[in-house]
Design a protein around this ligand. Structure first.
Ligand code: PGA
Length: 255
């Protein structure tokens, strides 16, 4: 896995044509990017075409979600096999919008994590506290519950393939970013949980992305912290220019 990662979460934005335009433009811009891993999570309808466009580039594709069952009567859902068939390497699981808008529980997310590992997809597990949890000093407890539930019974080998994204719910799409200190503290906690459950090596190797109103103007101070290994970017990933600027900041930091 690359040293640092910049991932885009487009959510419910961009049709097939807009996605293709973005992919073509970005692939030209990132020809010199060598050290930063780039992941795009477009809507499902764009995955097939984007896989064709991006197949000879450094960009990996990710689903934004998936169901834990293999197939069947689950209207509007998508399976791991379907994501595999369009060459997705990753799948975002437990995004706060899935947790809070679509009421996905830790139990449901756990089933999805297990299915992703069993299907050869690498999960990008999102964890994060709500504003009231931060105010009542329950951030650590919330992160620990989400972490423990997701990785119960997960082997070291599987764990080593996954990425965790710390996304405080109050910072997503609000323009309010966690300070570098707040983000670093949460990332350090996730590393410590990993060291306790697995070992120091896995804890050090784990990629922990920060997400929540990451923009070109705040990416530099965040990437300079010890425990931030990259970003999961929503709003600023919708324009090639702002997304590329964030990639450039990370790439320059590494060189
Ligand atoms: P944002 O979204 O960058 O628009 O805050 C981040 C996310 O939801 O992953």
């Amino acid at each position: 896995m690359s040293e640092k990662i910049v991932a885009a979460n487009w959510k419910m934005n961009k049709d097939v044509v807009e996605s293709a335009e973005f992919a073509k433009e970005l692939s030209k811009k990132i020809l010199n990017v060598k050290k930063t891993g780039v992941i795009l999570s477009p809507p499902y309808t764009s995955l097939f075409n984007m896989n064709e466009i991006l197949k000879d580039t450094i960009v990996s594709l990710s689903g934004q979600n998936m169901h834990f069952e293999d197939a069947g009567a689950f209207t509007a859902e998508i399976s791991a096999k379907m994501l595999n068939s369009v060459n997705c390497e990753y799948v975002i699981l437990g995004h706060s919008e899935r947790r809070h808008v679509f009421n996905e529980s830790d139990e449901t997310i756990k089933k999805k994590i297990d299915k992703a590992f069993a299907s050869g997809l690498k999960p990008i597990l999102c964890v994060g506290e709500k504003l009231e949890e931060r105010k009542s000093e329950n951030t650590a407890q919330r992160l620990e519950t989400q972490y423990t539930s997701a990785f119960e019974g997960v082997s070291e080998e599987d764990f080593s393939k996954c990425i965790i994204a710390y996304e405080p719910v109050w910072a997503i799409g609000t323009g309010e970013t966690a300070t570098p200190e707040q983000a670093d503290e949460a990332h350090l906690l996730i590393r410590k949980l990993t060291e306790e459950k697995y070992d120091k090596e896995l804890a050090n190797d784990l990629k922990i992305l920060y997400g929540g109103s990451v923009k070109p103007h705040n990416a530099q101070e965040l990437i300079e912290t010890e425990n931030i290994d990259g970003f999961l970017v929503g709003g600023a990933s919708l324009q090639v220019q702002s997304f590329y600027e964030i990639i450039e900041i990370v790439e320059n930091y590494l060189t």
